[in-house]
Design a protein around this ligand. Structure first.
Ligand SMILES: Nc1ncnc2c1ncn2[C@@H]1O[C@H](COP(=O)(O)OP(=O)(O)OP(=O)(O)O)[C@@H](O)[C@H]1O
Length: 657
């Protein structure tokens, strides 16, 4: 059939390859006045576009059993009974189709027999009843199959998501941040979402295949020499459907970058973030003009594709018309020569009609199954990779909150970087200390804090909690002692209550505890101003939700980490958006928290840093100074310089003091 596909593919103008005279030419064609050359991005859902557009018939046939197997195994794990029911209905449907066709032959035999017409009709009645009963049972089985599949599909999607998500949330942070893994997880989500549609396509595929098998079986039972006639009838239609689908995929790929550009322009016009510049700078006209231009290009391609499909269909219709004529001639010849009775010839016509009517559905279902299935393969891959990259939880838990955190010869390098982000650090932090990390951007403060709390494991050297390497302890258990306020903390799209309570999600908090934490973080006044207080949804993208200013959000996030009440508290730029009064209050609260706890503070606000018990100055992943504010000022080193720079920037001229 591959040769046939290639032969038909040669028809007329090919919309996808038009203008592809050499890659340089093609690149120039793809260059866009607004977006330049290329606009490739991976968004999970487009991961397999190229593979699918280039897929040969052989690859399709090879991939089909693989993806069907994956989907059926997933369905089996979800609800084995429903799968049995679904398959039984479809197979029984095929058997009934065959039965109906054989009964049709009996009807024809009776009707075409010698004798008076009333007698022949009477003789045909039992077979007619069988034909009717078979059709009715097939319809009932179809309904039962639909019900089974309807119940199974959402369950399959739920299980697929669950199997992925429960592993994804426990993957080592470093692995989770790697672009290839992110891409795989994004594609796997589509695999999970599309699993149920795949199941639908597989059902359609099995139904059509059972119909074709029934037709072939009946022809073989009547006279095996008739089977090639069915093949002769189905090949042109099958080839046509395949060719047009392949061309549509190729065309889609070629135009994908334009479609993406157009989609991007649409989002720029409807999204909130660019809304201000769009309105104030008149960017709307530019965006609309380019959107129109791309729409016109796209419409032209659609028109070309439609003409191509029409031409391909014309050729295949001509071929299938010829094959139909050949089939009728062969059947007529066989009947004339007395090799088959007239009733058999009539049934063969029914059977061939049945087979061809099922074929287009089968080819489409096959294509869709593989298309969706490639993402199911991603899902299986992602589950496996996530399983391998799980943060181990079988090690012993720490004896309690750490009294001593030590770094010895600590080195850490991000996988995609040549130089180390942490380059040989020795450091000891005792419970009860407030330690501030300072240093220029990129000096390694955040990375060091992540190592101290077990979010990353060292590339070299050791990180010890009370003398035990953190990697040898259960890190999920260690995490129960850690509270983190990250630099880019999460703006949870929840109510104000849950935005704070999410700091300790496992505990059922009363409002008093939430309000107390809010007051410590300075978020009490923020909540008082909200219409529904703690019940207010802080997510303006939803109806009834509100938005907060950057500083108000930071107060909520501070309240969240104070509610966590963890023995090791890590605050990364906790006051970057706060006004001076709120900042002062936040640092006072942090200092009062220090009792018995380890507090690690990362900040560029030198005025607040000076109250820390110890200041650690980092530069290019190394500690270059450490000590109290007074000690470091006396040393007149890097810290003293940074401090003076900020102090000078804020000092008032004589006459304004
Ligand atoms: N996820 C990451 N992948 C690769 N490199 C990273 C990643 N995060 C940080 N880095 C690199 O590691 C180095 C240290 O970064 P880190 O965020 O620890 O610095 P920092 O002192 O906290 O900076 P800032 O003051 O800007 O927050 C930098 O060179 C940075 O580019």
């Amino acid at each position: 059939m591959t040769a046939a596909v290639d032969a038909v593919e040669g028809i007329g103008e090919d919309p996808a390859s038009e203008g592809d005279a050499g890659s340089g030419e093609s690149e120039r064609e793809q260059a866009d006045p607004l977006f330049g050359t290329g606009y490739k991005f991976s968004a999970g859902w487009n991961r397999h576009d190229e593979e699918f557009a280039d897929m040969s018939l052989g690859t399709l046939a090879r991939r089909l059993p693989e993806v069907m197997g994956l989907c059926l195994r997933l369905s089996w794990r979800t609800d084995a009974r429903a799968v049995v029911m679904l398959l039984a209905c479809q197979i029984a449907n095929g058997v009934l189709t065959a039965f109906g066709l054989l009964a049709t032959q009996r009807v024809l035999v009776s009707l075409l027999a010698e004798g008076p017409t009333p007698g022949r009709v009477r003789a045909a009645i039992p077979s007619l009843l069988v034909v009717g009963a078979a059709a009715m049972c097939a319809a009932l089985l179809g309904v039962a199959g639909k019900a089974a599949s309807g119940a199974l599909r959402p369950k399959v999607a739920r299980l697929a998501y669950r199997e992925l998500l429960q592993r994804a949330v426990r993957v080592e942070l470093l692995r989770f941040q790697q672009p290839e893994f992110k891409d795989l997880i994004a594609a796997a989500q589509f695999g999970a979402g599309w699993a149920e549609y795949m199941l639908e396509q597989i059902s359609a595929l099995i139904t059509s295949a059972a119909g074709i098998a029934a037709a072939a079986g009946v022809l073989a039972a009547l006279k095996w020499q008739l089977v090639p006639l069915l093949i002769l009838a189905v090949v042109p239609d099958g080839v046509n459907t395949l060719v047009v689908t392949r061309r549509r995929n190729a065309s889609r790929l070629k135009w994908l970058s334009k479609v993406r550009q157009q989609t991007r322009l649409t989002t720029l016009m409807v999204d909130q973030d660019p809304a201000e510049e769009v309105r104030l700078h008149g960017v709307d006209k530019l965006l609309l003009a380019h959107h129109d231009r791309l729409s016109e290009d796209n419409e032209a391609e659609q028109a070309r594709l439609a003409v191509y499909a029409a031409k391909a269909s014309l050729v295949s219709r001509a071929i299938s018309g010829t094959t139909t004529a050949v089939i009728y001639l062969v059947l007529g010849y066989l009947t004339w020569r007395g090799q088959i009775p007239l009733a058999t010839a009539g049934t063969a016509v029914f059977a061939i009609g049945k087979g061809t009517s099922q074929l287009a559905g089968m080819v489409t279902a096959m294509n869709s199954t593989v298309e969706y299935g490639l993402y199911l393969v991603d899902l299986a891959d992602a589950i496996e990779q996530a399983e391998q990259a799980q943060i181990p939880d079988d090690a012993p838990a720490p004896a309690g909150p750490p009294q001593l955190i030590e770094a010895r010869g600590l080195r850490f390098r991000y996988p995609n970087k040549d130089s180390a982000a942490i380059d040989g650090i020795d450091l000891t932090i005792r419970a009860g200390e407030v330690v501030a990390f300072v240093g220029e951007n990129g000096s390694g403060k955040t990375t060091l804090a992540k190592l101290l709390t077990g979010l990353y494991l060292p590339t070299e050297g050791q990180l010890l909690w009370d003398g035990v390497p953190l990697g040898e302890l259960s890190r999920p258990a260690a995490a129960t002692h850690v509270g983190l306020l990250p630099q880019s903390f999460e703006h949870w799209p929840f109510t104000a209550r849950w935005n704070i309570a999410v700091g300790r999600p496992e505990v059922e908090h009363d409002d008093a505890a939430v309000r107390e934490a809010a007051a410590r973080g300075g978020a009490d006044t923020v909540i008082d101003e909200l219409k529904q207080g703690l019940d207010t949804l802080i997510a303006s993208e939803f109806f009834g939700g509100v938005n907060l200013s950057g500083g108000q959000w930071q107060k909520i996030a501070l309240a969240r980490s104070f509610l966590r009440d963890a023995p090791v508290l890590l605050l990364d730029e906790p006051t970057a958006s706060l006004d001076p009064k709120a900042e002062q209050k936040a640092f006072e609260t942090v200092m009062t928290l220090a009792e018995g706890r380890t507090v690690i503070l990362i900040t560029h606000r030198m005025n607040s840093v000076r109250h820390a018990h110890r200041i650690v100055v980092l530069d290019h992943g190394r500690i270059i100074e450490q000590g109290s504010h007074a000690e470091l000022m006396r040393a007149r080193g890097h810290y003293a310089e940074l401090y003076r720079l900020q102090a000078e920037a804020f000092s008032l001229p004589e006459d304004e003091r």
